[in-house]
Design a protein around this ligand. Structure first.
Ligand code: CTP
Length: 406
């Protein structure tokens, strides 16, 4: 593959030497395009030696070969690491005042950037707005990671480790069996407010949904992960994966709105979130106190069944052809027959294609790393099963989805 590595003027540029080395070692043809500023950190001979290709920064070199557009046109992937706040702003504006700028405008290949800068610059409203714009345009953003920064301070702004950037880039290049498909996954547990400090919630950590998101993305899908209160530790790689976009939500109503919106263009919909079936009829705008009168009862109203609504919308034509919808059911019955029976009824009543039923006990299901599921298909038959780490279970569920799509 032809990989263009843009290097911009940040101290982390020295780590990009390792990124280029790893791409070359993996057998890729690498062209490095440093900005003039980047060369103040790592010199031209280093880039030429390590990439084994000539390196220039100016649009006026090698004019006969129309180098200012040829590199971008021929690229299978363009990656900018480190991407400084300045370069991110230039990319957002579409500036082309150097070879990296023209290359980025001339390419139709996937573009990935690995931002690195001081925390204040990363968190600045302009940088955040630029990142959102780039992400909406399909630019894959890897990181930044949190940790120690040059200058002794610490926070988000570190370049993601070279090995992880290379792994993310190679995943982007590898076509998988879900390549080109849009997948919408809900995960985590909703919170229904009682007052500003209390809510009705559940024990879902979001691990199974995150594992599904990563599995689908690694197999080529573009994934939207609608995340209801998933901790950063659980989200892990999903927050930096080039093909996973995370949309945080809180309540069942917010989750329903996000999934309804996403499912209009999703080829695959997976409802792994634990959605509250009921919410308090009213949420007090101020904290309820004992002085104000003891709270002994909470009136509840029923939430809409999101997944049943998505299946109904599909039946009305509001979804892409061949859309597959998957629901989950957590069952505490220790009888496999009973669990299966309930799962069959649930699948049919919700109108979904597949229902993954899992046993929720101390070792399986909620808040733990392992899970065990049976996947019930349209005829009520068991079309797949898996037990073990949630990523293994995720692979079995994605296999069942892929089989259904043919
Ligand atoms: N679900 C949903 N909207 C809700 C509640 C649940 O879309 N308001 C989805 C979940 O994401 C999951 C499946 O429906 O995919 C779970 O079905 P549900 O009937 O809620 O299962 P349980 O909560 O296990 O139901 P019950 O309490 O009746 O056993």
């Amino acid at each position: 593959m032809n990989i263009v590595v843009g290097v911009t003027g940040g101290i982390a540029a020295y780590k990009t030497v390792q990124i280029v080395r790893l791409f070359v070692k993996a057998g890729h043809e690498v062209h490095v395009i440093p900005t003039a500023d980047a060369l103040r950190f790592v010199g031209l001979p280093t880039w030429e030696a390590i990439s084994r290709n000539p390196v220039t920064t100016s649009v006026h070199d090698d004019v006969a070969k129309v180098r200012h557009v040829a590199l971008g046109q021929n690229a299978d992937l363009v990656i900018v690491a480190p991407a400084t706040a300045n370069t991110i702003a230039k990319m957002t504006a579409g500036l082309a005042d150097d070879l990296l700028g023209t290359t980025l405008l001339a390419t139709s290949a996937p573009v990935m950037i690995a931002p690195a800068m001081h925390t204040e610059m990363w968190l600045h409203a302009s940088t955040q707005a630029n990142i959102r714009t780039l992400s909406e345009r399909g630019v894959h953003i890897v990181g930044p990671a949190s940790g120690e920064l040059t200058g002794g301070d610490s926070g988000p702004g570190r370049l993601v480790e070279p090995e992880d950037i290379v792994a993310a880039a190679l995943r982007l290049l590898a076509p998988g069996d879900l390549a080109g498909l849009n997948v919408a996954i809900s995960a985590g547990g909703t919170r229904e407010p009682i007052d500003p400090v209390r809510f009705l919630g559940n024990r879902s950590s979001g691990r199974q949904g995150v594992a599904l998101a990563l599995e689908a993305a690694d197999r080529g899908a573009e994934v939207l992960l609608v995340s209801a209160h998933i901790g950063a530790d659980v989200l892990g790689e999903a927050s930096t994966h080039p093909r996973v976009r995370v949309e945080p939500v809180s309540t069942a109503i917010e989750l329903g709105a996000a999934m309804t919106d996403a499912s209009r263009t999703a080829d695959i919909v997976v409802m792994a979130a634990a959605v509250a079936d009921y919410r308090p009829a009213t949420a007090s705008p101020t904290k309820l106190t004992k002085e104000g009168g003891p709270l002994r009862q909470i009136a509840l109203v029923e939430n809409d069944d999101v997944v049943a609504g998505l299946a109904a919308a599909r039946a009305n034509g509001a979804a892409p052809d061949g859309q597959v919808i998957v629901a989950f059911a957590a069952e505490t019955s220790t009888s496999p027959q009973e669990r299966r029976e309930r799962a069959r009824r649930k699948r049919a009543s919700k109108g979904v294609d597949l229902l993954a039923v899992n046993l929720a006990d101390a070792e399986h299901g909620f808040e733990v790393a392992d899970n065990a599921v049976e996947i019930i298909g349209e005829g009520g038959e068991v079309v797949g099963e898996a037990a073990g780490p949630k990523r293994v279970v995720a692979a079995a569920i994605v296999d069942a989805i892929a089989a259904l799509r043919g």
